[in-house]
Design a binder for this molecule. Structure first.
Ligand code: ADP
Ligand code: MG
Length: 296
């Protein structure tokens, strides 16, 4: 469990995080979503004490991160700016981390296997590709077998295989009962990875909800209508107050009417329908609506 209470961070005149409060619960993947500059990385740094809040506080399992006797065994993090000793092998990098935190050496080989770096463990980490570097960073985060895992934009720059791998790993970690917080500026990625969403913009909380609730909350839902009588149908729909746009002849995009009401109107008017398809809002559209008027 991560508990963020009224967290605020100012850098001079910039308010990076502005009175943010949310909780991250175990057993599910929570997406921390917001455009670049929204304050996600700053919030994550404050959660692990790398940045001092201007106001408010963040706790991990009920205490400030630094107050835990073995912090790596409580929360493992991959932050945006990664630090690896470039000359060391992947195994030695992890061994050094393990030794300074009282973690048994056998755990190093376990996490190397988990992230799929077992075969290249003896290679210099400095020569790793971006994807391998991410995997090594995640291995470090998992080293202490932590109850809480926090990753900052882990899919940035990864190939589709790497993206799929991270997605599965996060779901597995959550299924083991861990608390998983993962940030992203990509709504499409969060839609398939996270169950719960904490959405931020300009340092403020915009939504704290499930992915499905967020999509359902969007007022705009359209219906696609295909009809050989499109012109007459359009006039009939507009007279009921619906908004109708057409992309091509015979095809109407209807806003402000349900498929049921459109079908019944067509029947009453003796107009033929070839297609009547409800279009659910995408998470992208939900996000756009949420951030509208926020100047994001
Ligand atoms: N060390 C810093 N010094 C000054 N400004 C910073 C610093 N870190 C972040 N900021 C500013 O705080 C805001 C939030 O940044 P950040 O937390 O990195 O957002 P995100 O991770 O959501 O992209 C941005 O306007 C950024 O320029
Ligand atoms: Mg960031």
């Amino acid at each position: 469990m991560i508990d963020v209470e009224n967290l605020t961070k100012r850098y001079g005149k910039t308010v990076a995080v502005d009175g943010l409060s949310f909780q991250v619960r175990p057993g599910q993947v929570t997406g921390f979503l917001g455009p670049n500059g929204a304050g996600k990385s700053t919030t994550m740094r404050m959660i692990i004490g790398l940045d001092r809040p201007t106001a408010g506080r963040a706790t991990v399992l009920g205490r400030p991160y630094a107050a835990h006797a073995a912090p790596l065994c409580v929360l493992g993090a991959l932050l945006e700016a990664r630090s690896v000793h470039r000359g060391r092998s992947a195994r030695n990098h992890l061994l050094a981390l393990a030794q300074t935190h009282g973690i048994p050496a056998r755990r190093v080989d376990e996490v190397l296997e988990t992230v799929g770096l077992g075969k290249v463990a003896g290679r210099r980490a400095g020569g790793f590709s971006l994807g391998m570097g991410q995997r090594l960073g995640i291995a470090a985060a998992l080293l202490g077998d932590p109850a809480v895992v926090m990753l900052d934009e882990p899919v940035n720059g990864l190939d589709p295989d790497g993206v799929r791998w991270i997605r599965t790993l996060l779901k597995d970690l959550a299924a083991e009962g861990r608390t998983v917080l993962v940030s992203s500026h990509l709504m499409s990625e969060m839609a398939v990875t996270a169950e719960h969403l904490v959405v931020v913009g300009r340092g403020r909380l915009l939504a704290d909800t499930t992915v499905s609730e967020l999509i359902a909350s969007v007022a705009v839902s359209r219906v696609l209508v295909r009809s050989p009588d499109a012109t007459a149908l359009r006039d009939a729909l507009v007279s009921t107050g619906a908004t109708v746009t057409g992309r091509e002849p015979g095809l109407l995009d209807v806003d402000g009417a349900t498929p049921e009401s459109i079908g019944e109107l067509a029947a009453r008017s003796g107009l033929v329908l070839h297609e009547l398809t409800p279009r659910r809002a995408s998470l992208e559209e939900a996000f756009m609506e949420l951030t509208e008027g926020q100047g994001l």
